[in-house]
Design a protein around this ligand. Structure first.
Ligand code: ATP
Length: 276
């Protein structure tokens, strides 16, 4: 794993760990190049946004970053290592994600949903679980306690006993984040975390993401809500037709005329644009 030295605005020199590094990532589907030679780096303690008009390749690239897709060419390294092939191994390595469409266990309680996330860090095997030996009981109690702490952390104290399917939409999204955090990640990837949220829920989501970042995690966010992204992110990568259009600070990307053009379409190319 590499460490980069950065001079902060305060004048202090700090070392930033490289958490995720994608190099020359290309993903083809038959003749279609969905992601074209994209580089991307995420350091410890930063929030990086992934934007682009519809069909730009964001989801495909995100899936390459999380190991769901193996890129046609190029490489993704997490904590210095090439991503392991199995999703469970990626989680154990320290990468957690949420999905565009909520994927909770609807008939389990909020607490149980978070406990499921925790099981990748417990050592009790099926045999110990069947016997319900002392080691299993101890780990089960610790898992329950940690899950309750995480519910409180995401603002859902006292809601552990509610079935996931009965929770309001904003809480279901929060619960997904709590379950992802239960895996003890170093990197959290959020796929459209505010989709379908009202303005108040969006504000709460923003506060939660800042809180998670401040605890030392690196965060990658795909989101269509531009105001949310530019408020939230330290850096933003904008993809257009699979290629990097620009990568920079939120202010740089926000003010780049090519980004505005990519979203609303240039006057000569009305059909090439897309809405956020
Ligand atoms: N499994 C697939 N098989 C074939 N083509 C695909 C597949 N997944 C995505 N594509 C194509 O790749 C391109 C990029 O799609 P992708 O979903 O990654 O874009 P996106 O930026 O996430 O779009 P949106 O914002 O609309 O979700 C599109 O042309 C899409 O049709």
């Amino acid at each position: 794993m590499s460490t980069e030295t950065v001079v902060e605005p305060t004048g202090h020199t700090v070392g930033r760990e490289t958490i995720l590094a994608a190099r020359n990532v290309t993903m083809r589907f038959g003749g279609l190049v969905a992601v074209d030679n994209v580089d991307f780096t995420v350091h410890s303690g930063e929030i990086v946004g992934l934007i682009g008009p519809n069909g730009a390749g964001k989801t495909t690239f995100f899936n390459c970053l999380t190991g769901l897709y193996k890129p046609t060419s190029g490489e993704v390294r997490f904590m210095g290592e090439v991503l392991p092939p199995k999703p469970r191994e990626v989680v154990v390595a320290g990468m957690a994600r949420t999905f565009q469409n909520i994927r909770l266990f609807p008939n389990m309680t909020a607490l149980e949903n978070v406990m499921v996330g925790r099981y990748c860090r417990t050592s009790s095997m099926a045999f110990t679980s069947i016997l319900h030996g002392p080691k299993f009981r101890r780990e089960e109690a610790e898992t329950r306690e940690r899950a309750a702490e995480l519910l409180e952390y995401v603002g859902m104290k006292g809601q552990g006993g509610h079935l996931a399917r009965n929770l309001p939409y904003g809480d279901q999204r929060r619960l997904e984040v709590a379950r992802a955090l239960a895996t003890d990640p170093k990197l959290l990837l959020l796929d459209e975390p505010t989709a379908g949220m009202n303005p108040q829920e969006t504000r709460q989501a923003e506060e939660l993401i800042f809180k998670i970042r401040d605890s030392g995690l690196a965060i990658v966010v795909i989101e269509h809500d531009m105001r949310f992204i530019f408020n939230l992110c330290d850096r933003v990568l904008c993809l257009v037709r699979g290629k990097t259009l620009i990568e920079g600070t939120a202010a740089e990307v926000q003010s780049d005329p090519r980004v505005i053009e990519a979203y609303i379409g240039s006057p000569e190319n009305e059909e090439g644009g897309a809405h956020a």
